[in-house]
Design a protein around this ligand. Structure first.
Ligand code: GLY
Length: 588
């Protein structure tokens, strides 16, 4: 454990908490001669502690920007804005101005939780057949992703402005400095970003502006260590700093977004100026579930995150995972099958509740979850898993949705000196979103989080495409309360696996007593739909024979979560970051 006393300790802290970054920071280069490195082995990561405030993000530049704002007396929301503006530059594959975000906030003044929805919306001109071909068949996923068709009305800028108007302390313009400077002077491409560019190289070549940005002048994917400048992003920031969200949702930037989408050479889309001008942040219901004398809190639809996590934990509360232990295959049978049951309900019921009748309270009712948990009392893997019947009135109303979400996205947590806490997950959906770029930022492909099929055998799918609707998400910005006060805040990227990354980290802490860093470093074992996935290159794969003996098909795969979080203890703040990415924690 390490106390971080001041900003001047940053150099030392960077060595401890980010591990590989000093090398890339030191080795700034603009040539294209260095091959991208791979980063998939788990790096050791150290718990970071502090007394007053803390910021944990997926990138050291973003963490530094948030830290500087907190040090200057800014609120957690002020720091969140600075962090997000930097993330959109230095981690463009994951989140940015062209995407959407969900924020859960602990308001220390009012001693209450608030949930804000900045999710993208479907343009008014779309119809439920958006992702069907001329024969009425669903498009191949990547055919739908690349281009204007998948672009929803971005919500992140509106969310940041809304949060600042209500919870900001420093002037709005002051929050842009770090991102602006990095955009003008250049930021260092990390090994993780370089790997992502190389992996997506073909699709990034679809559009000239995107190709120009993510490739060297000689046409190679940007390598780790490359210094990328983004003067267009700096100009965009100047407009937003001066005009606020209006500068994004109206005027030249809005027009450029619409032109980029509607004139895309691949898959032109239907986003229009009124979609942007009419975009609204929505306060959402805060949902809390009891688990091991804590309240695990997040938000309701359009995300499925908190409902699914609440269901998993609600079912597992009937079993003594502490006694069984973390290395026991029976613990993982219970966790895996509880997750499968939750995902079956998610596929049937979860969607934007402004458009579909989502039985949130019934899905989280203790009696319903106790009944669902009955299925877990055997000793072998469940043969079949089907959606439950939480509320007969709606059970037959919807068909199952198999929408695919691919892992990208970013999560950060900030605790300020007053005790305000921000837990924010931000996304452009797929890595590099729609691949369309304008004004220095990428546009999302969030609409592919909808079900491509509007109905199954004539029964409508709750998460079907509808004008103005928000696609179902798995994002799970979480704040855990103990005795009514914040105890821990966390979240992760990772598409639908977000739900397991967060639920399993909660179990590691609340059942097995892991500290937050140990919980994030725990090798992943995930079962969403029947097949057990074990994290490649980790000790988790030793459990393969035991899980197979329980009846599971087992595979190993790389799982690049990006957990970030902070625990708030009587002794101070403890922060953790995911060893699988460039996550860093800084506090004072
Ligand atoms: N697009 C990722 C999510 O919303 O869960």
């Amino acid at each position: 454990m390490q106390i971080i006393p001041s900003w001047s300790a940053l150099a030392c802290w960077v060595c401890v908490a980010t591990l590989c970054l000093p090398a890339s920071l030191a080795a700034r280069q603009t040539s294209d001669t260095v091959a991208p490195q791979t980063t998939h082995t788990l790096k050791p990561q150290t718990l970071v502690s502090a007394k007053q405030f803390m910021v944990a993000t997926a990138h050291p530049d973003a963490t530094q920007a948030g830290y500087a704002i907190l040090k200057a007396g800014g609120s957690a929301v002020d720091a969140a804005i600075a962090v997000q503006l930097v993330l959109g530059l230095v981690e463009p594959q994951a989140s940015g101005l062209g995407g959407g975000a969900l924020m859960v906030l602990w308001d220390a003044d009012k001693q209450q939780l608030v949930a804000l929805d900045g999710r993208e919306t479907a343009p008014q001109a779309v119809t439920p057949d958006l992702f069907l071909d001329e024969l009425g068949e669903p498009l191949q996923f990547m055919d739908a992703v690349v281009g204007g068709r998948s672009v929803g009305t971005p919500g992140t800028v509106a969310l940041l402005a809304h949060a600042h108007a209500n919870y900001g302390k420093l002037p709005w313009q002051d929050l842009f400095k770090a991102a602006r400077q990095l955009a003008n002077d250049g930021f260092v491409v990390t090994a993780h970003m370089a790997e992502q560019i190389a992996d997506s190289a073909d699709s990034l070549r679809t559009f000239p502006a995107t190709q120009q940005y993510f490739f060297t002048p000689s046409g190679k994917p940007l390598p780790a260590g490359f210094v990328r400048k983004n003067p267009e992003y700096a100009k965009t920031l100047d407009v937003l700093a001066k005009q606020g969200a209006k500068g994004f949702y109206q005027g030249d930037i809005a027009q450029a977004i619409v032109d980029t989408v509607s004139k895309a050479t691949n898959n032109p889309g239907k986003l229009a100026l009124p979609d942007l001008a009419g975009y609204q942040v929505k306060p959402r219901e805060v949902l809390c579930v009891d688990y091991r004398q804590h309240e695990v809190c997040g938000m309701g639809p359009p995300t499925s995150g908190t409902v699914a996590i609440g269901q998993i934990l609600g079912m597992l509360s009937h079993f003594d995972l502490k006694k069984l232990g973390a290395d026991n295959p029976q613990s993982w049978r219970l966790i895996g099958d509880a997750t499968r049951l939750a995902f079956a309900d998610r596929g049937r019921y979860l969607a934007d509740s402004d458009f579909a009748d989502v039985p949130v309270q019934a899905l989280l009712a203790p009696a319903y979850l106790k009944a669902r948990a009955q299925a877990l009392h055997g000793e072998k893997a469940l043969d079949t898993v089907a959606p439950g019947d939480p509320l007969p009135k709606v059970s037959q109303q919807w068909a199952d949705d198999a929408a695919l979400e691919l892992p990208s996205t970013s999560h950060f947590v900030i605790v300020d000196a007053k005790g305000n806490v921000v837990s924010l997950t931000s996304t452009i959906e797929n890595g590099f979103g729609s691949r369309l770029m304008t004004n220095g930022f990428l546009l999302n492909n969030e609409l592919t989080d909808f079900s491509f099929k509007a109905a199954e055998d004539g029964v409508p799918v709750a998460n079907r495409v509808e004008a103005g609707k928000r696609p179902r998400s798995s994002m799970s910005p979480t704040i855990v309360l103990k005795n009514g006060k914040p105890y821990m805040a966390l979240g992760s990227p990772g598409g639908p696996r977000i739900i397991s990354y967060v639920a399993n980290a909660l179990i590691a802490q609340l059942d097995w007593g892991y500290d937050i860093q140990q919980a994030f470093s725990m090798p992943h074992r995930i079962n969403l739909f029947g097949r057990y996935e074990l994290e490649e290159g980790t000790s988790a794969i030793a459990m393969q024979p035991a899980l197979e003996a329980l009846g599971y098909e087992v595979t190993t795969s790389t799982m690049t979560s990006g957990l970030s979080g902070v625990m708030i203890t009587p002794q101070g703040l403890l922060g953790g970051a995911d060893p699988r990415r460039d996550g860093t924690v800084l506090g004072n």
